[in-house]
Design a binder for this molecule. Structure first.
Ligand SMILES: [Zn+2]
Length: 452
């Protein structure tokens, strides 16, 4: 029998050490080292990903024809994947527990008509899955369930069954007999991901696996997982809202700036094809602190409502509270207002929300955020038919943003009458009827918004 080996593994990044360490020297996290016992590999060597013996081929003769992608029949999911699932790819969907990852995975299985799907569940019993699938609108007779957590057994079953698509819920429940540590520990998760990746590459079967996120936000605790898989999708949203966002964090086969939006309903997740209509409240003509940003996810423009509340601070340290927006970015914008517009905000509490609990990282929402803050500070509404698209620099200048035509078009399409944008985004002619309001600096924005 092979000799056992005890090591300490960082549960965040997978770094190995022969003794316990308080702080990981690789990822900087505290208290992440745990003792794990591993058996040396039982002579099972990991062959090359090509499936056969490796050989050298000329680049010019490599054919791309086999890259026929498998459509999930879910436009939003396909788009985020970069056009469907690549054969032999390992895709990870990460997210907080309870956010709806299993619902999404089950719906992908149910929608994929004509595709033989093997759904492996270590989280729920077959009866629970059946109950959940009955609540959904889609039905697919080609979905097969397997209730198993043994990694070797799952791979063996899948090899015999030969599905077109395999779904694993979740990678943290898988257990390899080669390791003594508990399911969900770094050595188990790493082994499961490596084994599944090898199985996907050698069989050509695409695998979609769910991974739970820890509270720090990294996928599945162990960062190692992100390095092994081909695609990392993050499913996020606020538990208090019905909207969910599927975002691509890593994609070996496509772009990472695509984003899909879903609405959580009784019957499952519904794709939101026109987010602007949902993310903008129509009834606030006379409220201050509200501004509309024309933002972009990947290639698709949409409008999102920003609400802010600036009020005198009653305690020593003023509060800075945001939902859906980076707090550090807000501090920077407030500093710009202090310094460049001579406004006193150091004694004010600032609360900022993006409607629907959606998180936006597009820098072009800066201008709308400034406008919203100014509107709340002065208690003057901006008017419901006005929107914004521009980045704000440290010196208070309004910078040009990418794809301005699309942003302006979307605003026009939704009936907005004017859009504020950077002077450097000079458009020859406005598409449609919308008026273009060019601004150069924060001071100019204030003057134009609150003239008289
Ligand atoms: Zn570490």
């Amino acid at each position: 029998m092979a000799k056992k080996k005890t090591v300490y593994l960082c549960q965040n990044c997978g770094a190995e050490s022969s003794k316990w360490i308080g702080r990981c020297p690789y990822c900087g996290e505290w208290n992440t080292y745990k003792e794990e016992t591993i058996h040396p590999s039982k002579g099972e060597s990991q062959p090359s990903f090509a499936g056969s013996s490796p050989s050298i081929s000329p680049l010019s003769e490599i054919s791309l024809e086999h890259e026929q992608r498998l459509s999930t029949r879910y436009d939003e999911v396909d788009r985020v994947l970069g056009g469907g699932m690549v054969p032999g790819s390992l895709v990870l969907i990460g997210g907080e527990p309870g956010i709806g990852k299993s619902t999404l995975a089950l719906q992908v299985a149910l929608r994929a008509k004509g595709v033989k799907v093997l759904y492996v569940s270590g989280e729920e019993s077959l009866k629970q899955l059946k109950l959940r699938s009955d609540r959904m609108e889609e039905h697919n007779n080609e979905v097969y369930l397997l209730n198993e957590t043994g990694l070797e057994e799952i791979v063996q079953q899948a090899e015999d069954f030969k599905p077109d698509l395999m779904i694993i819920d979740s990678i943290q429940t898988l257990f390899s007999s080669q390791f003594e540590s508990a399911p969900g520990s770094v050595s188990q998760v790493r082994q499961a991901a490596t084994r599944l990746l090898y199985f996907a590459k050698s069989s050509g079967i695409p695998i979609l696996t769910i991974g739970h996120i820890n509270k720090e936000g990294s996928i599945a605790g162990p960062k190692v997982l992100e390095h092994i898989v081909d695609v990392v999708l993050q499913f996020e949203g606020d538990h208090n809202y019905v909207y969910r966002v599927l975002r691509s964090l890593k994609n070996r086969f496509g772009s990472t700036n695509e984003l899909g939006i879903f609405e959580m309903r009784q019957a499952g997740l519904q794709e939101v094809t026109n987010p602007s209509r949902l993310l903008v409240n129509q009834f606030h003509d006379d409220l201050s602190g509200i501004a509309i940003a024309s933002t972009l996810d990947g290639i698709r423009p949409f409008l999102v409502e920003i609400q802010s509340l600036v009020s005198p601070s009653s305690y020593g340290t003023p509060q800075r509270n945001t939902t859906g927006f980076d707090t550090r970015r807000l501090s920077m914008l407030l500093a710009v207002l202090e310094k460049r517009a001579k406004l006193h905000l150091y004694n004010k509490d600032v609360f900022l929300n993006l409607a629907g609990g959606i998180r936006v990282t597009d820098p072009a929402i800066d201008l709308a955020i400034l406008a919203s803050l100014l509107s709340s500070l002065m208690d003057k509404p901006l008017g419901a038919k006005t929107c914004f698209a521009g980045e704000v620099g440290l010196s208070g200048e309004i910078r040009a943003v990418n794809q301005i035509e699309k942003r302006v078009q979307e605003a026009d399409k939704l009936g907005y009458q004017q859009i504020y944008l950077s002077q450097y985004n000079n458009l020859q002619k406005a598409p449609g009827n919308i008026a273009l309001r060019y601004v150069n600096t924060v001071g100019e924005l204030m003057a134009k918004l609150f003239k008289g």
